[in-house]
Design a protein around this ligand. Structure first.
Ligand SMILES: Cc1ncc(COP(=O)(O)O)c(C=O)c1O
Length: 373
């Protein structure tokens, strides 16, 4: 079976390069190649001399060395580089899952995390995040109720797209315990790691904690460099590694050499890039807090724990789809309706990782005054 249309990506394809005020992007403010290379003296000559032959299929050794420094216990041979996180998701699903397997997926979710298992003939149970007193939350009893004898994988995403919810160490350890007891693989989509507002609450990569986990990371989100199309998985399980490496021969084979080089420079200088991105997020989040306080009658606001996105809800009777379309047509402001997540008709995703966020928010405010009050 072919996967159904990727609603979120199709929505972006329609508006991303035409709407002037993108207020739902899931990444942080990007950098130009010049800005990135300025972080490290001597890179221009090295980029100039770079050989444009095929690269190592598992990712260049120097890049893998840099990625391995992110983990506490993984070595370079346990890192497999991919073209973005999306290729790694596609590879994991195809290389590891079989028709008839049962898969539990945290929900709402980035569509490929549940659509691909479904397409491959797996049975998919959605483990739902629910809004509670202190924002979004996951109930572990509900995870246990989802378990079946044929459960092959639990797919989690923390920090989470679209809610910004982050699993606590305690909950993560319990999920691992459940997986270990039942011989279940964990795919942990950790593409928003390092954007926790309270850095003391950041958990280790799941692959550091569990021998049957695959941790997924990428340059796109926290570092704001999606144009590089460089992502990676880390796993201690040699069979999973080999199966994914072998599958990759049928997708990208190897990665772009300039992208691998630039990703290495960015990772070496991640401290500075992350600090800048967190500062942008912090400033914009303060604006959002004030905005939702002012319009408390119109919205439900669930403050995220991490990352540049959140998933508030309209309290009006009008559909979020309808409002989103009207908003982009009248004011050029793009927010993402929850229907893109197969979710409901009142939530929407807002993105606040960009420097020009305050201008977009002002336009949204104008729209509210003119149309929703
Ligand atoms: C949770 C999650 N996983 C994976 C991806 C795919 O990342 P990339 O575009 O870098 O392939 C995204 C992109 O939005 C995402 O939000």
């Amino acid at each position: 079976m072919r996967p159904g249309s990727f609603k979120l990506e199709r929505f972006f394809a329609q508006y991303e390069f035409s709407a002037p005020h993108l207020m739902c992007c899931s990444d942080c403010e990007s950098l130009s190649i010049g800005e990135l290379m300025a972080l490290e003296p001597g890179t221009e000559q090295k980029m100039h001399d770079l050989w444009l032959g095929y690269t190592e299929s598992q990712g260049g050794i120097k890049l893998r060395e840099e990625i391995a420094t992110l983990f506490n216990t993984l070595n370079v041979d346990q890192i497999l580089v991919h073209s973005g996180a999306e290729e790694a998701i596609f590879s994991f699903m195809n290389a590891i899952l079989n028709p008839g397997d049962h898969v539990i997926v945290q929900f709402p979710a980035y569509q490929s995390l549940y659509e691909l298992p479904y397409t491959l003939g797996c049975e998919v149970s959605k483990w739902e995040l629910k809004p509670g007193q202190h924002g979004w939350d996951l109930n572990l009893d509900e995870l246990e109720k989802c378990l079946k004898v044929n459960t092959r994988a639990i797919i989690i995403n923390s920090p989470h797209n679209p809610t910004g919810y982050s699993l606590s160490q305690e909950k993560l350890e319990r999920i691992i315990e459940i997986a270990r007891d039942n011989n279940i693989i964990i795919l942990a989509d950790e593409v928003y790691k390092y954007l926790e507002y309270d850095q003391t609450k950041r958990t280790p990569w799941v692959a550091d904690l569990y021998e049957n986990a695959v941790s997924l990371g990428v340059m796109s989100k926290s570092l704001g460099l999606p144009g590089l199309r460089i992502g990676w998985i880390g796993t201690k399980n040699p069979q999973i590694y080999a199966a994914m490496a072998s599958f990759k021969d049928y997708t990208s084979i190897c990665n772009s050499a300039p992208s691998e080089y630039l990703a290495r420079i960015a990772l070496k200088n991640r401290g500075r890039i992350l600090k800048r991105n967190l500062q942008i997020i912090e400033n914009n989040l303060a604006l959002l807090d004030a905005f939702f306080k002012k319009y408390n009658e119109l919205f439900d606001w669930y403050r995220p724990d991490a990352g540049p996105i959140a998933f508030p809800a309209f309290k009006t009777t009008r559909d979020a789809d309808d409002i989103c379309e009207d908003l982009v047509n009248k004011k050029g402001v793009l927010i993402l309706p929850a229907s893109c997540y197969d979710y409901d008709t009142c939530h929407f995703r807002v993105g606040f990782g960009r420097k020009n966020f305050s201008q977009s928010l002002e336009k949204f405010d104008d729209y509210i005054v003119e149309n929703l009050l």
